[in-house]
Design a protein around this ligand. Structure first.
Ligand code: ADP
Length: 634
């Protein structure tokens, strides 16, 4: 039979796994056992859905056996099994979904540690075996298939024999070399130790022949008439794992490190989570949960592809891999497991959405997550910052989602860059407010440094007030949904009345408006519908011009809509307001020109408008014409 080639991606991965001087070769057993357990999970699932199947839960088992002579370890399960087609698909290439990030790491030159943490699954067998044979029979099929491979150069699949459904993975262990010891894996004691260390929590019984010494009566008696006894080694087939999942154990039994290891294995992360949240609820609804707040967002987190959700168990039996309906949208980054005997085994998505038990559990877990994030923010600000870099945006989306229904839950978890440096929460901001200060000032721009250098920042910074630098697309929406924090209104320094003037200053300004009325009218007439209003600025100190907006659409929203795919966003335009600094030499030059040369004055107005647009970060309609106009002044 012709040998088939592995997919290129798979080949590279195998090469890396096999050739790396991997320090934790032993994890191969965990991976193979975990696959066996998954296959039984699936079978159990089918059985629950179809009670007419001729198997019972008690029959499920995993068997590990060793043949020292033949140098093989065999892991057998009575799970779903695979057809030849499924073998081709599942063992011929890497499962796509979970290994994307891993592949990225490969490209960056992943080291062996990353491999282990990702759980490369089936291929890890090749770390210790020079030949792997998989004999499998899918449930309901008469025929078995045999997959065999000696490593990177390919594999074969042929027909085979197997009495019952399920899968045997037979690993032919490599010979010892000078550098590497493989014989240890043929030692039963060692294998047992590995299973207890790595696979103790596996929900299905792992059977193995174990040797134990025992005193046995020989049938003879000694000189005192006492029966004679010999110490004999006996082999007994035993279940060697405790089958208690980690989250079912009491808090004192499981260290934080163990939880973190579990997280990385179970959820394919290569980094420790920032938090482990353990809940053991007893009462009307009893449940146990182990939740994790990851450190980094998965590559697809902010896309439609990301599948949020917690693993749902009913008394240790997996009933749903990603149940997205427990935690609210804003906490969709949380991973973990929830286990309750009160969850029904037979669930569908539709049922879940209206399930009152689930709702109650979700509400409680949500509170725990919030409390944990608040604790992090307060006690471990550096860790919170790391978390926030990854998931802060999600919290903000959560605030504006659903017309702001969760804004109060989340408003104390968001942070912004501050004009004074670092990140601040709203609470910090309000605490630091000056006595004379009544508003929470913020500015919207694409980057913090651009925001800081905007001309409209000057009067606020002059007062010594702090300004929140909002750089996310979602930020302006967030402010409009909150409206105020701690009874302090928000004030956009670009578009709103800063409220910094005294009565006297206000009067003075109004007089100024009156004084320059004709100039303003000339400017408005020149620009026509490009601007909604032209006025003398109360904000400008050193700069000559400022473009701001009036009405509900800001420049940021305009930009947001403009860049939206589909191209219809151009219809959403902010109403522009041109502010002029009456004390600036440019303004005086303009007034002179209006008196002497109206054409030149009109050109100057267009230049001022263009410059103001540039400062506001708005693309010019016709940059060439603008540039020509500026240079024509030389
Ligand atoms: P993963 O377990 O992460 O999906 P693996 O490389 O470990 O990746 O396994 C690839 C696939 O092969 C599994 O997803 C499963 O479909 C199949 N498989 C592996 N071992 C078994 C088994 N013992 N019984 C049934 N299917 C298996």
């Amino acid at each position: 039979m012709a040998k088939k080639q592995f997919k290129a991606e798979t080949k590279r991965l195998m090469e890396l796994v096999i050739n790396s001087i991997y320090t934790h070769k032993e994890i191969f057993l965990r991976e193979i056992i975990s696959n066996a357990s998954d296959a039984i999970d699936k079978m159990n699932h089918r059985m629950v859905a179809d009670p007419s199947m001729d198997i019972s839960r008690e029959d499920f088992r995993i068997d590990v056996s060793v043949d020292k002579e033949a140098r093989t370890i065999t892991v057998s399960d009575n799970g779903t099994g695979m057809t030849a087609k499924e073998m081709e698909k599942n063992l011929g290439m890497i499962a796509y979904s979970d290994s994307f990030e891993f592949k990225e790491k490969l490209e960056e030159g992943a080291d062996s540690d990353v491999i282990g943490q990702f759980g490369v699954g089936f291929y890890s067998a090749f770390m210790v075996a020079d030949k792997v044979t998989v004999v499998s029979r899918a449930y309901g099929e008469d025929e078995a298939s045999v997959w065999e491979s000696k490593g990177i150069d390919g594999y074969t699949i042929k027909k085979g024999e197997k009495d019952t459904f399920g899968t045997d993975v037979i690993m032919h262990i490599k010979e010892d070399t000078e550098e590497e010891n493989y014989d240890e894996f043929l030692d039963r004691m060692r294998l047992r130790e590995l299973i207890v260390t790595y696979s103790d929590y596996i929900r299905w019984p792992i059977h193995m022949d174990v040797e134990a010494g025992e005193w046995e009566e020989t049938g003879e008696t000694d000189e005192d008439g006492e029966p004679k006894r010999d110490y004999v080694m006996k082999t007994e087939n035993k279940v060697i794992n405790s089958m208690v999942p980690l989250w079912q154990k009491s808090k004192s039994e499981v260290s934080d490190d163990e939880c973190k290891e579990f997280y990385k294995r179970q959820f394919y992360d290569y980094e420790d989570p920032v938090s482990v949240i353990r809940v053991n609820a007893e009462g009307r609804i009893s449940y146990k949960a182990m939740l994790f707040v990851p450190k980094r967002a998965p590559h697809d987190f902010y896309t439609r592809d990301f599948q949020p959700g917690l693993q749902l168990y009913s008394s240790g039996v997996l009933i749903m891999d990603r149940c997205a309906d427990i935690l609210p949208y804003h906490f969709r980054f949380v991973r973990g497991v929830v286990d309750s005997p009160d969850f029904s085994l037979n669930v569908s998505r539709e049922v879940l959405q209206n399930d009152s038990v689930l709702k109650a559990v979700g509400a409680n877990l949500s509170k725990k997550v919030k409390a944990e994030l608040e604790r992090l923010m307060k006690d471990e600000p550096d860790v919170y910052k790391e978390f926030y870099d990854s998931f802060g945006q999600q919290l903000k989306y959560g605030m504006v989602d659903n017309f702001g229904s969760d804004k109060d839950t989340l408003k104390d978890l968001v942070m912004f860059e501050s004009s004074k440096g670092g990140m601040v929460s709203f609470a910090d901001y309000v605490k630091n407010m000056q006595e004379s200060q009544e508003k929470i000032y913020y500015v919207v721009s694409s980057t913090a440094s651009k925001a800081k250098s905007l001309p409209q920042m000057e009067p606020v910074l002059d007062k010594g007030y702090e300004v929140l630098l909002m750089t996310d697309d979602v930020d302006p929406f967030l402010v409009s949904i909150l409206n105020e924090y701690d009874k302090k209104p928000f004030c956009n320094v670009s578009t709103e009345d800063l409220g910094l003037e005294s009565e006297e200053e206000r009067k003075e300004a109004e007089e100024k408006d009156e004084e320059h009325k004709d100039t303003l009218e000339f400017v408005k007439a020149t620009l026509g519908d490009d601007v909604a209003e032209v006025r003398i600025s109360r904000k400008l100190r050193n700069h000559a011009v400022l473009l701001t907006t009036t009405g509900s659409i800001t420049f940021e929203m305009e930009k947001y809509f403009r860049e939206m795919p589909g191209g219809r966003g151009g219809e959403m335009k902010a109403s522009r307001v041109l502010e002029l600094n009456a004390d600036h030499s440019a303004f005086r030059a303009l007034e002179d020109a209006i008196g002497s040369d109206k054409d030149k004055a009109a050109d100057m107005v267009r230049i001022m408008y263009g410059q103001a647009s540039i400062m506001a970060g708005i693309p010019l309609d016709d940059p060439v014409a603008h540039s020509d106009l500026v240079l024509s002044m030389f």
